[in-house]
Design a protein around this ligand. Structure first.
Ligand code: WT7
Length: 682
């Protein structure tokens, strides 16, 4: 399956000198290790597991599973019977066994240049222990769910690892999500407690986070699910001089617009609680298959699904992918620009890097604030060696040309990474030539919230790169391409991307709904995990992701379901029906183009359009704000009533070649929609 020879033409290697020190220094070595990981996973992962601390040893095989719905329930188990604690492995092991206590875990760089701090492994351990004790004193126990809604601050890492230390299950909700989305997630996972912050700045925009959190908690209360406690970090408010009482609100800093509503029956002040807590905290020893965290991702039916990852497999997989895909070395400074609220941040800001004792940059701000050189300024400031970002950020910066990049030297950079969506060759070349100056290999990492870690990816010193291809599978991963009838295609081909067997970090279930897990990922093609992505394999065996084949959109590297946006639109009293499609966007990848059919007697207006945009924003979050809304008195439907999205996608792009539309019930609606397109200029 992995080619014997790699092509010699049109491939890239990077001219830097990674090979000398690399963990996987050649393509041959990659192939040898890959075969080993497939033929004898117990041995391959056994070596990896030796680096970690286990309270007790596994009692069975390394992996056991069933991927075939026709043979019974789907399950995946890794290192069953073993017990450990991830927080212990990330912190105590690094501080005490590996003597890395003084090593910097994070350089924190705030939104405002000059606002910065550092935390060492020893300090992080101490802060986590204290906060873990706080959670215990609030009655949080092993298995309880804790919701976290915080900006990109060190306390977010402290909060998540404190949960892990006591065996509680964190459910982090990206701080860009709306109150409604937070409420939905809190209720779905029945969270006992919420951890949030007063507010934060994104560029020059103030986000009153506590206000949103309160709104979410009120919604939960209205729906009969009162959350008893909310711990509030003061991020923007000033430290009060006098001793703090945990039931009083934080004072305001030089931030007059900050609103920190306070409900003394529910709200507790982070700082007051932690000042009284002890530094000693015995970790809770967890079984390998105990849940580690829940992270919600969009589902194609509209309702987000709580992806569940478990302890041992996720730890081993994120640690190993981080080490090999970024070719981690002790003197590296690594920077992943994602938010911890997404899986990229979970796996490659918190878990993978800390498991390796890495030093990372944790950045609160935006690539364009205060100007479009900010990223490169940070790279030089901290001598970043490995840099990981998304195609949408690359395209955004590319627009401003090479000058803002070249203002900074970037001499420290060795490896560049990308994730979130297919990277177009133009952006790839700019990243490679301008940012990395042809020296740095680009690791185009394909993976999903569900996969826990990278599944298709180059290794920087080993894999010849082709711009736009995620290249080959990581160790333990066996991809296949299927046609519509579920037959495996060999050689050059295109079809559904599936995986034939589990790797340690794959998701275990959808929280509270195992049936949904089985039907989304395993029903279509029994025996395979179905990714939902289309994929092409070229004559050299390289994998090229062609994009989602379900009703999912990828906006700036974030998945959104069309159904989710449609249901937010039809909740508006004026809307009878809505259909949402993706329209290619030069920076975001895709933008949202919404067709709405209004109820009888309602007139379309600019004001209504603004209301609809606001409605979606408030229901889901800013990333889901529609770019275009078109009044659609009629929608193209088949005779059986199914909306033909394929046709709507063409209308959104003003492409007149519609293909076969003979199944349309009424083809005149199409002409009308073309005439009333809302973005004729683009
Ligand atoms: C979907 C998963 C994994 C963290 C970020 C997104 C798309 C992701 C790539 C890539 C082509 C990619 C896929 C996938 N995707 N990385 N390197 N090349 N497509 O996580 O929100 O779970 O989205 O993102 O469509 O299925 P997610």
């Amino acid at each position: 399956m992995i080619p014997d020879h790699v092509p010699e033409e049109n491939v890239y290697y990077g001219s830097g000198d990674l090979k000398k020190e690399s963990h996987v220094p050649s393509f041959d070595k990659y192939k040898e290790l890959y075969m080993k990981s497939i033929d004898n996973p117990d041995e391959f992962w056994g070596v990896v597991a030796k680096d970690f601390f286990w309270k007790s040893k596994p009692t069975g095989p390394f992996l056991s599973y069933n991927f075939d719905v026709t043979k019974g329930e789907i399950f995946i188990k890794c290192m069953e019977g073993a017990s450990t604690n991830i927080c212990y492995n990330l912190l105590d092991r690094n501080v005490h066994e590996r003597k890395l206590g003084d090593r910097i875990a994070f350089f924190w760089e705030g939104n405002e240049p000059g606002d910065e701090s550092v935390v060492t492994y020893r300090e992080l351990l101490q802060r986590v222990c204290r906060f873990a004790n706080v959670l215990r004193s609030q009655g949080v126990k092993k298995g309880d769910r804790v919701s976290i809604y915080m900006p990109m601050v060190i306390e977010l890492v402290v909060a998540m690892l404190a949960c892990v230390r006591i065996g509680a299950v964190h459910s982090i909700v990206f701080a860009g999500f709306s109150a409604e989305s937070l409420c939905e997630r809190i209720m779905d996972s029945q969270c006992l407690l919420l951890i949030t912050a007063d507010g934060f700045y994104r560029g020059d925009k103030l986000i009153n986070l506590k206000h949103l959190a309160d709104e979410a908690l009120q919604k939960c209360r209205d729906k009969g699910f009162p959350v008893k406690r909310c711990i509030v970090l003061k991020h923007l408010s000033k430290e009060p001089e006098e001793s703090m009482d945990s039931h009083s609100p934080p004072a305001k800093r030089s931030c007059p617009d900050l609103q920190v509503p306070w409900n003394p029956e529910v709200d507790l002040c982070w700082h007051a609680l932690i000042s009284e807590a002890s530094d000693e905290c015995e970790p809770e020893w967890c079984n390998s298959e105990d849940p580690l965290f829940i992270l919600y991702t969009s589902g194609s039916t509209g309702k987000p699904k709580g992806v569940v990852h478990t302890v041992s497999g996720y730890m081993l997989y994120t640690a190993t992918t981080f080490k090999l895909v970024f070719d981690h070395q002790p003197d590296d400074v690594y920077w992943c620009t994602a938010d911890i609220g997404w899986i990229t941040g979970h796996s490659y800001i918190t878990y993978g890097p800390l498991a390796n004792g890495a030093t990372s940059v944790l950045f609160e701000g935006l690539p364009t604030y205060p100007d479009v050189s900010r990223m490169w300024e940070i790279v030089d400031k901290y001598h970043v060696t490995k840099f990981y970002t998304a195609p949408t950020a690359i395209r955004l910066l590319m627009k401003f040309g090479s000058e803002p990049v070249q203002k900074f030297k970037r001499k420290s950079l060795k490896v560049l990474g990308t994730v979130g969506e297919p990277i177009n060759p133009e952006a790839w070349h700019w990243y490679y030539n301008v940012v990395g100056e042809k020296r740095c290999p680009i690791v185009d990492t394909f993976w999903q919230t569900e996969t826990g870690g990278h599944v298709l990816t180059p290794l920087p010193a080993a894999t010849p790169m082709k711009p736009g291809s995620a290249t080959f599978p990581f160790f333990g991963v066996v991809p296949a391409i299927l046609n519509e009838s579920g037959e495996e295609l060999e050689g050059p081909s295109e079809g559904y991307l599936v995986f034939k067997q589990p790797w340690p970090g794959v998701m275990r279930t959808v929280y509270g709904n195992h049936q949904r897990f089985e039907s989304i990922y395993f029903k279509k093609f029994p025996g395979y995990y179905v990714t939902g992505d289309g994929c092409r394999r070229d004559k050299d065996g390289y994998y090229w992701i062609t994009g989602r084949i379900d009703d999912m959109l990828n906006v700036s590297g974030h998945l959104l379901s069309t159904a989710e946006v449609e249901s937010a639109l039809v909740e508006h009293r004026a809307v009878a029906e809505a259909a949402v499609v993706g329209r290619p966007h030069p920076i975001k990848g895709e933008s949202l183009y919404c067709f709405v059919t209004l109820k009888d007697g309602v007139a379309y207006s600019q004001m209504l359009e603004a209301e609809l945009k606001k409605q979606v924003r408030e229901k889901i979050g800013a990333i889901a704000t529609p770019d275009y809304i078109q009044n659609a008195p009629g929608l193209p439907k088949t005779r059986s009533g199914k909306i033909m999205r394929r046709v709507l996608r063409k209308i959104a792009c003003n492409e007149k070649d519609l293909g076969d539309i003979s199944t349309l019930a009424d083809s005149s609606v199409v002409e009308e929609l073309f005439q009333n397109r809302c973005c004729p200029s683009v």
